[in-house]
Design a protein around this ligand. Structure first.
Ligand SMILES: [Zn+2]
Length: 421
């Protein structure tokens, strides 16, 4: 196969896979294929990339696509619509919706997802018999779709600075950060991380509790997505959300700041110096009218960028990679902020290398969109769309073959139909 190996496109690459990992990677080989041991050898035409990493997802938001866009509205009317769907979900209906959503992700080349999960309890706020029934439903859904999930269990305690939860938010809250930590401890899954929904939703004194309970596991937080959040944080605490998180010890190399859109120069320095990840979600930020974050400045300061499809208005990591450059062009009126290789690195989770997880995404390089574009990293970043993905391997197992589209569409339609109030 033609593949992206060690930062370059190589031809006739033979990879061998055992127990979900690459055991050999040989460019310029006699046999041009991937081979599972024990198992079949398969020849993959096109261009093969490492698996794409979707670092920020709220699976149930997939039910809003094409619906919240029907009327004019604001960020807050979008949120009302989202809450209406959140109010109807049960562990069973959420399992079906998430499985269909993760299947769509697999079909677009996403092999791992970070699920920022805050819909924990029954509609009246009472915990389910299994207090992690919803989280376990998400884990089971990803397993059936064949992709890896990091469950980022989210602490959500207030509807705004100093305001108790209201409406559907009673499903999100555990009451306080200690009870949140207790519940998270009982989750049965290897990849459990944590999240602070936002500085709006977790009071300052409880942020530290979440940080301590999280330890060395991944910690995600929505950060400065809207100017209004910054203004309210300044009015309440006299500091920016970034400064607030920094003071609480919440920034660092295992933390991801999601959005990081409206930042001061000092915020950028703090996120950089702590080598915090900045997870940009350009298609969602576009859909919600959030703004354009300072991607290149964050990277220059020392932060590491990742990407997420967040609200799933679009599930297409190729578009997210491309948007990082294109949006920055619009914001600065200059071209050439990122190379295609850098963008590919930001959008993928690992490498095609011995010992790494065997995640392979093959794109058609002869489609109406990709033909004649060079079949290299520029094809992937500047020409391909999710629709050009023809074959996906996640953890050594085939997760998508191109023959599955009709079934995935049907599954999505059925699951979404069931959750609309
Ligand atoms: Zn989000």
């Amino acid at each position: 196969m033609r593949a992206w190996v060690d930062g370059a496109v190589r031809d006739s690459v033979l990879v061998e896979i055992a127990d979900g990992r690459f055991t050999s990677v040989t460019p310029d080989s006699e046999v041009d294929a991937f081979h599972r041991v024990p198992g079949e050898t398969r020849i993959l035409p096109g261009l093969t990339l490492p698996g794409l990493a979707n670092c920020h997802s709220h699976a149930f938001h997939r039910a809003l696509r094409g619906r919240t866009q029907r009327e004019r509205g604001t960020f807050w009317t979008w949120r009302d619509h989202m809450y209406a769907v959140a109010a109807t979900l049960t562990p069973d209906s959420y399992f079906e919706l998430a499985r269909a959503t993760y299947r769509e992700m697999a079909a677009t080349g996403i092999t791992s997802v970070g699920e920022f999960h805050y819909l924990h309890h029954q509609p009246d706020g009472t915990p389910y018999d299994d207090p992690n029934a919803m989280g376990h439903a998400l884990v089971a859904a990803a397993a059936e779709a064949g992709i890896r999930i990091s469950l980022l269990d989210t602490c959500y305690l207030s509807s705004g600075f100093g305001r108790p939860v209201e409406g559907a938010q009673v499903r999100y809250t555990d009451g306080d950060a200690d009870r949140w930590a207790e519940r998270v401890d009982a989750i049965d899954h290897a990849y459990v991380g944590a999240a602070i929904h936002s500085v709006r939703a977790v009071p300052r004194e409880q942020i530290r509790t979440v940080v301590e309970a999280t330890g060395t596991r991944p910690l995600h937080v929505h950060l400065s997505e809207q100017v209004a959040e910054n203004d309210a944080c300044l009015a309440t605490y006299g500091v920016t959300p970034t400064q607030l998180l920094h003071d609480a010890g919440a920034l660092g190399p295992t933390t991801s700041a999601v959005h990081a859109t409206h930042l001061t120069g000092a915020d950028i320095t703090q996120l950089g110096e702590t080598t915090t990840y900045a997870c940009f979600c350009p298609t969602t930020e576009r859909d919600l009218g959030d703004g354009i974050g300072p991607g290149r400045a964050l990277q220059r300061a020392g932060a590491r960028l990742t990407l997420g499809s967040d609200s799933h208005a679009v599930v297409d990591l190729f578009e997210e990679m491309r948007a990082l450059e294109m949006d920055e062009r619009l914001a600065t009126k200059e071209r050439g902020h990122w190379s295609a290789a850098e963008l590919l690195d930001i959008g993928t989770s690992g490498r095609i290398a011995v010992g790494e997880r065997a995640d392979l995404v093959t794109i058609d390089t002869a489609s109406p969109r990709t033909a004649g574009t060079g079949a290299d990293e520029h094809t992937a970043v500047y020409a391909a769309t999710a629709a050009d993905v023809v074959h996906v391997v996640a953890g050594g197992q085939v997760a998508y073959t191109g023959a599955d589209d009709e079934a995935i569409g049907r599954e999505l339609a059925d699951a979404i139909e069931k959750v609309h109030p």
